[in-house]
Structure formats: structure tokens, C-alpha cells
Design a protein around this ligand. Structure first.
Ligand code: HEC
Length: 101
């Protein structure tokens, strides 16, 4: 009985924090990404498909905070600044690779 209660609690807690980019729209994020040609350098670095940079074994981004930091850094590369909604949208898009919870 105790075990069942724990299990229910665990499920409740994990599903409550399931999506760090709940306010984001992945499609809008993808449009921002494509419009600013975000993969231009990543394509070169990875020698082809720039999206591989988000999936490589030794990828840099390890958590949500790190992802947001890197986004801002890279946004500077293309001369844009990201507001909180952009962070959410881009995060929702990039999280298809990172799958942070
Ligand atoms: C001027 C080149 C350049 C542009 C343009 C660029 N990036 Fe990057 N990006 C890099 C480099 C270089 C790295 C890898 C850094 C490393 O490996 O130390 C990187 C890495 C990243 C990573 C982390 C990958 C990992 O290892 O987990 C993310 C996320 C990212 N970029 C997002 C973006 C976004 C979003 C944009 C568009 C706003 C963008 N980048 C545009 C150069 C660029």
C-alpha cells in the first residue's frame, strides 16, 4: 500500500515538471531557427547536417540552463537578441533533440 502511494506521488511530481518549455511553440521556434540560418556554422562544424551538433556524443549542452545560455551566445553570432518568449519557442524546438524534462 505504501509503495502504491509512493508510486502515485512520483508520477504526479514527474509529470508536473515534465516540460521546461511549456510556454514555447516548437513550430515558431523552428521558424526563428531557419529564418536566422542558425545551422550555417553547425553545418560546417559537423560537415553536413548541422542538427547533428545537438545529438553528438560530447555535446556541450547538458541541461535547460545551459541550453538557454548557449542559445543567447549563438544568437549573438547572427546579430539577434532573444526575449523570454523566443527562449521558450527555441527551447521547445531544440528539445526534440535534448529531451530535457
Ligand atoms: C557563427 C556560427 C554560429 C551560428 C550562426 C550559430 N551557432 Fe550555435 N554553435 C556554434 C558553435 C561553434 C557551437 C559549438 C560550441 C562548442 O562546441 O564549443 C554551437 C553550438 C550550439 C548549441 C549547443 C550544441 C551542443 O553541443 O549541445 C546550440 C543549442 C546552438 N549552437 C544553438 C544555436 C542557435 C539557436 C543559433 C541561431 C540563433 C545558432 N546556434 C547559430 C556556432 C554558431
Amino acid at each position: 500500500m505504501k509503495f502504491i502511494t509512493m508510486l502515485i506521488l512520483l508520477v504526479a511530481v514527474t509529470s508536473a515538471s515534465a516540460n521546461p518549455f511549456a510556454k514555447g511553440n516548437a513550430e515558431t521556434g523552428k521558424q526563428l531557427f531557419d529564418k536566422n540560418n542558425c545551422n550555417q556554422c553547425h553545418n560546417t562544424i559537423m560537415g553536413g547536417d548541422g542538427n547533428q551538433i545537438f545529438q553528438r556524443k560530447d555535446r556541450k549542452v547538458k541541461n535547460v540552463a545551459g541550453m538557454i545560455k548557449q542559445m543567447h551566445f549563438c544568437a549573438g553570432n547572427v546579430g539577434i537578441t532573444l526575449d523570454q518568449q523566443d527562449e521558450q519557442n527555441l527551447g521547445a524546438y531544440l528539445n526534440r533533440y535534448y529531451k530535457f524534462k
